[in-house]
Design a protein around this ligand. Sequence first.
Ligand SMILES: Cc1ncc(COP(=O)(O)O)c(C=O)c1O
Length: 435
Amino acid sequence: MGKGQELYKKAKTLIPGGTMLLSKRPEMFLPEHWPSYFSKAKGCSVWDLEGKELLDMSIMGIGTNTLGYGNDEVDAAVMEAVKKGNMSTLNCPEEVYLAEKLIEINPWADMVRFARSGGEANAIAIRIARAASGKDNVAICGYHGWHDWYLSANHNGGDELSGHLIPGLNPLGVPKNLKDSVFPFHYNNYEELLALVENNNIGVIKMEVIRNFGPENNFLQKVRALATEKNIVLIFDECTSGFRETFGGIYQKYGVEPDMAMYGKTIGNGYALTAVVGTKAVMEAAQTTFISSTFWTERIGPTAALATLKVMERVKSWDTITETGNKMRNGWQKLADNYNLNISISGIPSLSTYSFNSPDTLAYKTLIAQEMLKKGFLASTNFYASTAHNDDNLDLYFNALESVYKLISSCERGELQISSLLEGPICHGGFKRLN
Ligand SMILES: Cc1ncc(COP(=O)(O)O)c(C=O)c1O
């Protein structure tokens, strides 16, 4: 057992769930064998606790580092902030500069609040939107974090979030009197949303603009028109989609503007910073409630975000990562075709994921992580692109992946048993989404 697995065994006795993020649990990739911890990360390489370099062809810090790990320009700005001091009794000016920049990027917006996690930004947005609309009830479509307001949807009848999060998610600890305050709707199902709005006194609609497939029949335009007509605050959660296809929200591609939007993940290239932007009419409601936190005032987050935005704008990172993501998808499809394997690819190009259309799909995913790790890759069945990934990385990856596809195709033909190839348990299933 490697040092990483040894440490993870200890972690599970000290930290419930072993880690702070479900998606980084080693069981999501390769139970009992995943290196689990890093000693160093740079570009698209990660070094494990033994100091072995691994090419990260998987989730790149769960989509945080579109400019690669340890981007020199971003890190230099952060180092300077550290040298000058990260905290003081006075506020850091960078938060004002960043607010100005975000309003320039979102011209419909007038004001900004900052936080340090996507779930926090979502909770802030909901509090402000409820205060602004004067109504408690919210319609949602997508994943919006772990907070009470969101998980309470599973009190309504039982498993309302199954289409958006993990089926069977238990909202234990979330007060039951939040029941019937949050109502999920399915992406592209306008009639469902309309019925929710007409029957449940909805004051806020919060949704991911696009996740696994795109809008049909002017879905986003219809949602916007409904929100405007009924005086509902429309919020786009861009925590994951932001800055991956445009310089800002992916909503720009569809010509529809929200009343509020949240950004997270990639905006600080691995440093913690999330933002809630909104119109003055809505955002000023923040003054009628209480939203305040000590570490929302530290300096590294906004400094990193300013530097990240500067680099992203200059190199047009959203174009590069979309192109790289598309190359990855084409490569997967080509390999699958060559080996007669049936796969389904989804997600926007820079956040691509696929599954084998086979009852053994999770076992195959585990085999990929297992065999690719031996060849020096962090790999699974998804790929979050960064500007640090180049064609040579992709070539190396596909050369290595080919032999794993060969094994999988032998399993599909009944010549090999997948169970005989796996050296540990099958990985856990990930997030399931219907949007
Ligand atoms: C759309 C969206 N909103 C919110 C979140 C929650 O962000 P965080 O994990 O930083 O709390 C995520 C994270 O995956 C997300 O994809």
